[in-house]
Ligand binder design. Structure first.
Ligand code: UDX
Ligand code: ADP
Length: 485
């Protein structure tokens, strides 16, 4: 019997409910803002350990950039949406607690480089058990290894006196950055996993009732906890696999004179395949894809399934090779040396319409260029300098200690024309729309010749650039060169 077959048709009344979300990040902030917007009778409070982060959510400059988010936050903040560091107080008051803390890939110990570090989740569970005085529904929102809900349940039970009940649900987030608000307002589906018993169904139905305020009921799927947790990893693995697949084909296209965009269009026209996530690129980034696949790999290995683990690991291996290969092509085109050459990267965010730099392909490309002693200028319309340095430090281990001239070799510039001035090459790292509209004649005139353009996103008008005089290379197709004339 599933929750759908029980009392779901008459959903419980959740008016007057209090929701607390632990973790005011990319997931917690936008998700709670949209819940608050659509559930005026629910009081939503987002809590975080970080005072600066909470202050930013309470200010006119939110800590994350997402199109449409500012308007939604401003419309409900102070009414039924609150941001605070009073974590314990809000846990006590809440009927339902979402856990939306970060779960980065472990950098040491068992599962290093693969498994997710769930210490923040465990800390939340222990804290809830310590301070809660009444029964609560706990909703695991962060992407977590399968079985985390069960671990949370055990910690809660072992650390409370038994007078209160905790039902732990899994409700993975499928929003994509840059379109988070749109994805939350009109999700393809909402997935809720919970214990398959009466108390579990009751808790599931309460969460269904929250979402049913704006999501059509048939798009709210209910499953057992494991299926829900695993589905999140599998969804991201499938999406990433499509990108690695088309990127692998991009290499074949460059070698064979086929055009990867034509191939993608032809292949994607088959309704069984579909057109989405077939854009060849310099490589996928973001906080989820690599982490989730590595999580899946670790899970398979833990269950003694090395062949399955290897199958999925290849998606990440192919992505790594795409980033390295892109840089190798750049170096090869520029006469096999880029020592002291100025190279300009357009874009540092892992995709357009976000300032997020986590696992961005641009950082890897910059690292390979840095290893060849290039002078790198970076322009991105949204990335903050501090986030760029954090990415170099925490993902790639690049600091002034490892590279003494780092802040001379890599410079974030706030004007795209200035960034490209005297450069030998421009490389497009992020598909920002504004890159399509620049005055490339002016840019070309101020560059060192021959001036190279490496389009890592295939967004520019390559013929026009060629006509201006650029040596152009892109992903997955051979373009004419002035040197062939
Ligand atoms: C992803 C999932 O899409 C989302 O459902 C999940 O909740 C979180 O992870 P996100 O990482 O925000 O979302 O962005 P997404 O749009 O999936 O892009 C990920 C990366 O793949 C980006 O670097 C993007 O540029 C790249 N990409 C995407 C391609 O290179 N080609 C494509 O065709 C699509
Ligand atoms: P995500 O992309 O998963 O939302 P973020 O890093 O953007 O990840 O946000 C996670 C947030 O969780 C951070 O603001 C961090 O300070 C917060 N956080 C981590 N651990 C705890 C904890 N134990 N209690 C409260 N907040 C926490």
């Amino acid at each position: 019997m599933s929750a759908n077959e029980t009392k779901t048709e008459v959903l419980p009344n959740v008016d007057g409910f209090k929701i607390c979300c632990i973790g005011a990040g990319y997931v917690g902030g936008p998700t709670m803002a949209v819940i608050a917007k659509h559930c005026p009778n629910i009081r939503v409070t987002v809590v975080d350990l970080s005072q600066p982060r909470i202050d930013a959510w309470n200010s006119s400059k939110l800590p994350i950039y997402e199109p449409g988010l500012q308007d939604i936050v401003e419309s409900v903040r102070g009414k039924n949406l609150f941001f605070t560091t009073n974590i314990d107080e809000e846990i006590v008051a809440a009927d339902m607690i979402f856990i939306s803390v970060n779960t980065p890939t472990k950098t040491k110990g068992i599962g290093k480089g693969c498994a997710s570090n769930v210490k923040n989740i465990e800390a939340c569970a222990r804290n809830i058990a310590k301070v809660a005085k009444s029964s609560k529904i706990i909703v695991e929102k962060s992407t977590v290894p399968v079985q985390t809900a069960s671990a949370i349940s055990k910690i809660l039970r072992a650390n409370s006196d038994g007078s209160v009940d905790f039902q732990v649900l899994s409700n993975p987030e499928f929003l994509a950055e840059g379109t988070a608000v749109r994805d939350l307002l009109a999700p393809s589906r909402v997935l809720i996993g919970g214990p398959q018993n009466e108390a579990g169904f009751e808790a599931i139905n309460k969460l269904v009732a929250v979402y049913a305020n704006w999501v059509p009921r048939q798009q709210i799927l209910t499953t057992n906890v494991w299926s829900s947790e695993l589905s999140k990893l599998v969804a991201n693995a499938y999406l990433a696999q499509r990108i690695s697949s088309i990127n692998s084909i991009s290499m074949l296209c460059e070698a064979s004179k086929a055009d990867v965009e034509e191939v993608a269009r032809a292949v994607g026209a088959d309704v069984r395949i579909g057109p989405h996530f077939l854009r060849a690129s310099v490589g996928f980034g973001g906080s989820c894809f690599q982490k989730d696949i590595l999580n899946l790999v670790y899970l398979c290995e833990s269950f003694g399934l090395p062949e399955v683990a290897e199958y999925w690991r290849q998606v990440v291996t192919m992505n790594e090779w795409q980033k390295e290969r892109f840089t190798r092509r750049m170096i090869s085109a520029m006469f096999n040396t880029i020592t002291s050459k100025k190279i300009c990267l357009y874009g540092f965010a892992f995709k357009k319409d976000t300032g997020d730099t986590r696992e961005t392909a641009a950082a890897y490309v910059a690292k390979y260029l840095l290893d060849e002693d290039a002078m790198i200028t970076i322009y991105d319309p949204k990335v903050e300098e501090e986030d760029m340095w954090m990415e170099f430090k925490y993902t790639l281990g690049i600091t002034e200690a490892t590279h003494p001239n780092l802040k001379k070799s890599i410079v974030l510039v706030h004007d795209p024309y200035e960034a490209a001035k005297d450069a030998h090459a421009i490389a497009i790292m992020t598909e920002w729309d504004e890159f399509k509209d620049y005055d490339y004649e002016k840019i070309f005139a101020n560059m060192t010749k021959p001036a190279f353009m490496f389009d890592g996103r295939n967004i520019l008008d390559h013929q026009k650039l060629y006509d201006i005089g650029f040596e152009v290379q892109c992903i997955g197709k051979q373009l004419p060169s002035h040197f062939d004339e």
